[in-house]
Design a protein around this ligand. Structure first.
Ligand code: PMV
Length: 324
């Protein structure tokens, strides 16, 4: 009988320079590189158990059984692991998030990073960080960035083996925080996997891609120099460019709600008054407001006063995916 079990935890990450669109949809090889920071306070914990007595793969997410597309996506990763380990045993996957799913807090990044680590370990494989990042990427592109710790770069690469993420500064390098203004915790209407397929229909996407290496260089340097002003300018530009592409694709994707714009405006006002804050938004209505850690309380308290903000989740820079 083949059995094996492992439990892993991974953090979501917030992209400073964003990934939107693939040059290979199936392999999830992105059209541009991206930079991110792992989010310490939030995590997904996943246990994978292989057992020959299981008739088929099963998935439980936050204590709810999941079938259909959600399970198929997980089975896709389990198949890659089984292929590599030379086995055909079914698995039970149990996964829990300590944050709301489907809101623009990248739940799929943490989920597939934790799955890649737990499944490969349970199957007896000993993958290094690069191989784990490649495996996680196959489930969700941004999951490649939740394998290494701290401040992370995902190099786009040209094929499966050179599209992976690595850490370019540890979590302790810069005490940044992400105050997430939650505007809605409903599931988003267009998941990012579908969104990526529409990116190339926007006439703005080519310009966004062409300029990406420049934005990556500026952002990496701002992080290495702990230069908040430079970081704020490039992070907001990059987020605005991605949303411009989303809004001008066919069909158009509008993830913002009125309260999203209210937070954007408030953040711009606060910064002009001297508070070091900036915004970035993923494929959802919530606004990630970045600031140095000593400004977390002021920032979170101010965000709670903006109409339409339901709650504020606070997260510091997080470490790598790990076995527990
Ligand atoms: O990894 P996905 O398919 O969930 O795509 C992530 C897309 C964004 O969150 C909008 C940007 C990013 O780089 O994280």
């Amino acid at each position: 009988m083949t059995t094996g079990t492992a439990t892993a935890q991974a953090h979501p990450n917030i992209a400073f320079i964003k990934y939107w669109g693939n040059k290979d949809q199936e392999l999830r090889i992105p059209v541009n590189g991206s930079l991110s920071m792992n989010l310490d306070g939030l995590f997904t914990q996943t246990t994978v158990t292989f057992n020959t007595f299981f008739p088929k793969d099963s998935l439980t997410l936050n204590n709810k059984p999941i079938t259909g597309a959600g399970l198929d996506r997980v089975t896709g990763i389990l198949d890659l692991v089984r292929q590599r380990a030379g086995m055909n045993t079914s698995a039970e996957v149990r996964s829990d998030n300590n944050f709301p799913t489907g809101t623009g807090i990248a739940s799929s990044a943490a989920a597939f990073a934790a799955l890649a680590l737990a499944a490969s370990t349970a199957a007896g494989l000993h993958l290094d960080e690069q191989q784990l990042s490649i495996l996680a990427r196959r489930g969700s592109g941004s999951a490649s960035r939740s394998i290494p710790g701290g401040f992370v770069e995902w190099q786009a690469g040209a094929d499966n083996d050179d599209s992976y993420a690595f850490s370019f500064a540890p979590a302790e390098h810069w005490n940044l925080a992400d105050c997430i203004a939650v505007i809605s915790s409903e599931h988003k209407p267009t998941i990012s996997s579908q969104g990526h397929t529409l990116a190339s229909t926007s006439p703005l996407q080519a310009a966004r891609i062409a300029d990406a290496p420049r934005r990556i260089d500026i952002c990496r340097q701002a992080i290495l120099n702990c230069d908040f002003e430079a970081l704020a300018a490039i992070v907001e530009l990059d987020s605005d460019m991605m949303h411009a592409v989303m809004m001008t694709s066919t069909p158009a994707l509008f993830y913002w709600r009125p309260a999203t714009l209210a937070v954007i405006q408030a953040v711009r006002d606060w910064r002009s008054e001297g508070l070091p804050v900036c915004y970035t938004i993923d494929a959802g209505p919530n606004v990630h407001v970045l600031c140095p850690q000593e400004y977390v309380e002021t920032t979170a308290n101010r965000l709670r006063t903006v109409d339409g903000v339901q709650e504020v989740l606070v997260s510091k820079t997080g470490g790598p995916a790990k076995l527990v």
